[in-house]
Design a protein around this ligand. Structure first.
Ligand SMILES: Cc1cc2nc3c(=O)[nH]c(=O)nc-3n(C[C@H](O)[C@H](O)[C@H](O)COP(=O)(O)O)c2cc1C
Length: 196
Protein backbone atom coordinates (compact mmCIF):
# COMPACT_ATOMS: atom_id res chain seq x y z
CA UNK A 1 0.00 0.00 0.00
CA UNK A 2 1.39 3.40 -0.94
CA UNK A 3 -0.32 6.78 -0.75
CA UNK A 4 0.89 9.97 -2.41
CA UNK A 5 -0.44 12.48 0.09
CA UNK A 6 -1.42 15.12 -2.46
CA UNK A 7 -3.62 12.64 -4.36
CA UNK A 8 -4.80 10.44 -1.48
CA UNK A 9 -8.35 10.09 -0.28
CA UNK A 10 -8.37 11.93 3.10
CA UNK A 11 -10.22 9.14 4.94
CA UNK A 12 -7.81 6.49 3.65
CA UNK A 13 -4.84 8.66 4.59
CA UNK A 14 -6.25 9.22 8.06
CA UNK A 15 -6.79 5.49 8.64
CA UNK A 16 -3.31 4.57 7.41
CA UNK A 17 -1.48 7.22 9.42
CA UNK A 18 -3.39 6.31 12.58
CA UNK A 19 -2.70 2.61 12.00
CA UNK A 20 1.07 3.20 11.77
CA UNK A 21 1.73 5.71 14.55
CA UNK A 22 1.05 3.25 17.35
CA UNK A 23 0.40 2.83 20.17
CA UNK A 24 -0.60 6.42 20.91
CA UNK A 25 -1.15 7.49 24.51
CA UNK A 26 -4.58 8.99 25.07
CA UNK A 27 -4.89 12.32 26.88
CA UNK A 28 -8.30 12.25 28.54
CA UNK A 29 -8.89 15.91 29.19
CA UNK A 30 -11.32 17.42 31.63
CA UNK A 31 -11.96 21.15 31.33
CA UNK A 32 -14.68 23.57 32.42
CA UNK A 33 -16.54 26.08 30.25
CA UNK A 34 -16.85 29.78 31.06
CA UNK A 35 -20.40 28.96 32.27
CA UNK A 36 -19.08 26.27 34.61
CA UNK A 37 -20.13 23.20 32.57
CA UNK A 38 -17.63 20.32 33.00
CA UNK A 39 -16.29 18.70 29.84
CA UNK A 40 -14.39 15.48 29.23
CA UNK A 41 -12.91 14.27 25.93
CA UNK A 42 -10.15 11.87 24.74
CA UNK A 43 -7.32 12.85 22.37
CA UNK A 44 -4.75 10.46 20.93
CA UNK A 45 -2.81 13.13 19.08
CA UNK A 46 -1.24 13.64 22.47
CA UNK A 47 2.14 13.36 24.13
CA UNK A 48 4.61 14.75 26.67
CA UNK A 49 7.09 17.18 25.15
CA UNK A 50 9.27 18.00 28.16
CA UNK A 51 9.62 16.97 31.79
CA UNK A 52 10.82 19.86 33.96
CA UNK A 53 8.25 21.25 34.17
CA UNK A 54 6.15 18.56 32.51
CA UNK A 55 4.56 19.98 29.35
CA UNK A 56 2.12 18.11 27.14
CA UNK A 57 0.70 18.77 23.70
CA UNK A 58 -2.79 17.89 22.52
CA UNK A 59 -3.74 18.30 18.87
CA UNK A 60 -7.41 19.00 18.29
CA UNK A 61 -9.19 19.12 14.93
CA UNK A 62 -12.15 21.34 14.16
CA UNK A 63 -15.70 20.01 14.06
CA UNK A 64 -17.15 19.25 10.62
CA UNK A 65 -18.84 22.69 10.60
CA UNK A 66 -15.43 24.36 11.14
CA UNK A 67 -16.06 25.43 14.75
CA UNK A 68 -13.67 24.78 17.62
CA UNK A 69 -14.30 21.75 19.85
CA UNK A 70 -15.45 22.42 23.41
CA UNK A 71 -12.07 21.43 24.90
CA UNK A 72 -10.33 24.17 22.89
CA UNK A 73 -12.99 26.79 23.67
CA UNK A 74 -12.82 25.93 27.37
CA UNK A 75 -9.02 26.03 27.54
CA UNK A 76 -8.89 29.41 25.82
CA UNK A 77 -11.39 30.80 28.37
CA UNK A 78 -10.69 29.07 31.67
CA UNK A 79 -7.05 28.04 31.00
CA UNK A 80 -6.96 24.89 33.15
CA UNK A 81 -7.29 21.15 32.48
CA UNK A 82 -6.75 17.76 34.05
CA UNK A 83 -5.20 14.99 31.97
CA UNK A 84 -6.75 11.83 33.39
CA UNK A 85 -4.86 8.58 32.71
CA UNK A 86 -7.30 5.96 31.43
CA UNK A 87 -7.01 2.35 32.60
CA UNK A 88 -8.28 -0.54 30.46
CA UNK A 89 -11.55 -0.95 32.36
CA UNK A 90 -12.43 2.70 31.63
CA UNK A 91 -12.26 2.32 27.82
CA UNK A 92 -16.05 2.05 27.25
CA UNK A 93 -16.54 5.27 29.23
CA UNK A 94 -13.62 6.95 27.46
CA UNK A 95 -15.16 6.08 24.08
CA UNK A 96 -18.49 7.52 25.23
CA UNK A 97 -16.82 10.85 26.07
CA UNK A 98 -15.48 10.94 22.50
CA UNK A 99 -18.97 11.42 21.08
CA UNK A 100 -19.56 14.88 19.65
CA UNK A 101 -22.18 16.51 21.87
CA UNK A 102 -23.16 20.11 22.57
CA UNK A 103 -21.35 22.37 25.08
CA UNK A 104 -24.28 22.06 27.52
CA UNK A 105 -23.65 18.31 27.93
CA UNK A 106 -21.57 17.17 30.90
CA UNK A 107 -19.68 14.13 29.52
CA UNK A 108 -18.97 12.86 33.05
CA UNK A 109 -22.73 12.28 33.39
CA UNK A 110 -23.06 11.02 29.81
CA UNK A 111 -20.44 8.31 30.46
CA UNK A 112 -21.58 7.49 34.02
CA UNK A 113 -18.33 8.77 35.56
CA UNK A 114 -17.86 10.44 38.94
CA UNK A 115 -16.26 13.87 39.40
CA UNK A 116 -13.76 14.49 42.15
CA UNK A 117 -12.19 17.87 42.89
CA UNK A 118 -8.65 18.44 41.66
CA UNK A 119 -6.09 19.71 44.16
CA UNK A 120 -4.55 22.72 42.38
CA UNK A 121 -6.95 23.56 39.52
CA UNK A 122 -10.69 24.25 39.42
CA UNK A 123 -11.45 21.40 37.01
CA UNK A 124 -12.95 18.07 38.14
CA UNK A 125 -10.98 14.86 37.77
CA UNK A 126 -12.33 11.42 36.84
CA UNK A 127 -12.66 9.68 40.21
CA UNK A 128 -12.44 6.25 38.57
CA UNK A 129 -9.01 7.10 37.03
CA UNK A 130 -5.81 6.20 38.85
CA UNK A 131 -3.42 8.94 37.74
CA UNK A 132 -3.69 12.63 36.85
CA UNK A 133 -1.80 15.63 35.60
CA UNK A 134 -3.36 18.88 36.78
CA UNK A 135 -2.42 21.48 34.20
CA UNK A 136 -2.44 25.13 33.23
CA UNK A 137 -2.83 26.14 29.59
CA UNK A 138 0.43 27.52 28.20
CA UNK A 139 -0.07 28.35 24.53
CA UNK A 140 -1.80 27.47 21.26
CA UNK A 141 -0.32 26.92 17.81
CA UNK A 142 -2.28 26.17 14.65
CA UNK A 143 -1.12 23.50 12.14
CA UNK A 144 -3.42 23.29 9.11
CA UNK A 145 -6.84 22.39 10.58
CA UNK A 146 -5.52 21.41 14.00
CA UNK A 147 -5.07 23.43 17.18
CA UNK A 148 -2.03 22.38 19.20
CA UNK A 149 -2.62 23.10 22.86
CA UNK A 150 0.33 23.10 25.25
CA UNK A 151 -0.45 22.23 28.87
CA UNK A 152 1.96 22.54 31.79
CA UNK A 153 1.48 20.29 34.81
CA UNK A 154 1.34 21.87 38.26
CA UNK A 155 0.61 18.54 39.96
CA UNK A 156 1.26 14.91 39.06
CA UNK A 157 -0.63 12.35 41.12
CA UNK A 158 -0.80 8.56 41.07
CA UNK A 159 -3.08 6.78 43.49
CA UNK A 160 -1.19 4.80 46.17
CA UNK A 161 -2.94 1.59 45.10
CA UNK A 162 -0.99 1.55 41.81
CA UNK A 163 2.43 2.22 43.36
CA UNK A 164 4.66 -0.75 44.28
CA UNK A 165 8.23 -0.34 45.62
CA UNK A 166 8.22 3.33 44.62
CA UNK A 167 7.30 2.67 40.97
CA UNK A 168 4.11 2.54 38.95
CA UNK A 169 2.72 -1.00 38.92
CA UNK A 170 1.48 -1.44 35.35
CA UNK A 171 -0.50 -4.55 36.25
CA UNK A 172 -2.63 -2.30 38.45
CA UNK A 173 -2.66 0.91 36.40
CA UNK A 174 -3.45 -1.09 33.23
CA UNK A 175 -2.53 1.77 30.85
CA UNK A 176 -3.71 1.60 27.25
CA UNK A 177 -2.62 2.97 23.90
CA UNK A 178 -4.69 3.73 20.80
CA UNK A 179 -4.07 1.75 17.60
CA UNK A 180 -5.73 2.17 14.19
CA UNK A 181 -9.36 1.27 13.47
CA UNK A 182 -11.33 0.23 16.57
CA UNK A 183 -8.27 -1.15 18.39
CA UNK A 184 -6.44 -0.32 21.60
CA UNK A 185 -3.25 -1.92 22.96
CA UNK A 186 -2.45 -2.91 26.52
CA UNK A 187 0.63 -1.00 27.63
CA UNK A 188 1.36 -3.68 30.24
CA UNK A 189 1.19 -7.43 30.70
CA UNK A 190 3.17 -10.53 29.76
CA UNK A 191 4.71 -9.04 26.60
CA UNK A 192 6.49 -6.34 28.61
CA UNK A 193 10.06 -5.97 27.34
CA UNK A 194 12.73 -4.78 29.77
CA UNK A 195 15.90 -3.16 28.44
CA UNK A 196 19.27 -2.74 30.28
C1 LIG B 1 -9.67 7.35 21.58
C2 LIG B 1 -10.04 8.65 20.92
C3 LIG B 1 -9.03 9.50 20.50
C4 LIG B 1 -9.35 10.74 19.90
N1 LIG B 1 -8.32 11.56 19.51
C5 LIG B 1 -8.60 12.78 19.00
C6 LIG B 1 -7.55 13.68 18.67
O1 LIG B 1 -6.37 13.40 18.85
N2 LIG B 1 -7.91 14.91 18.16
C7 LIG B 1 -9.19 15.26 17.99
O2 LIG B 1 -9.45 16.38 17.54
N3 LIG B 1 -10.22 14.43 18.29
C8 LIG B 1 -9.95 13.21 18.81
N4 LIG B 1 -10.98 12.37 19.16
C9 LIG B 1 -12.36 12.84 19.01
C10 LIG B 1 -12.76 13.77 20.16
O3 LIG B 1 -12.64 13.10 21.41
C11 LIG B 1 -14.23 14.22 19.95
O4 LIG B 1 -14.27 15.07 18.83
C12 LIG B 1 -14.84 14.90 21.15
O5 LIG B 1 -16.23 14.99 20.96
C13 LIG B 1 -14.32 16.29 21.40
O6 LIG B 1 -14.99 16.76 22.53
P1 LIG B 1 -15.19 18.28 22.90
O7 LIG B 1 -15.98 18.97 21.81
O8 LIG B 1 -15.96 18.17 24.19
O9 LIG B 1 -13.83 18.87 23.08
C14 LIG B 1 -10.71 11.12 19.72
C15 LIG B 1 -11.73 10.25 20.13
C16 LIG B 1 -11.40 9.02 20.72
C17 LIG B 1 -12.50 8.10 21.18
Amino acid sequence: MRLVVEKADPDELYELVLSLVVPRPVGWLSTVSADGVPNLAPFSFFNAVCDAPPVFVVSVSRRDDGTLKDTVKNLLKTREAVINVASEELLPALEKTGEEVGPEVDEFELAGLTKEPARLVKVPRVKEAKAFFECRFVKRESVYDYELLFLEAVLVEVRDEVIRDGSVDYEKLKPVGRLGGPFYARAYGPCKIQVK
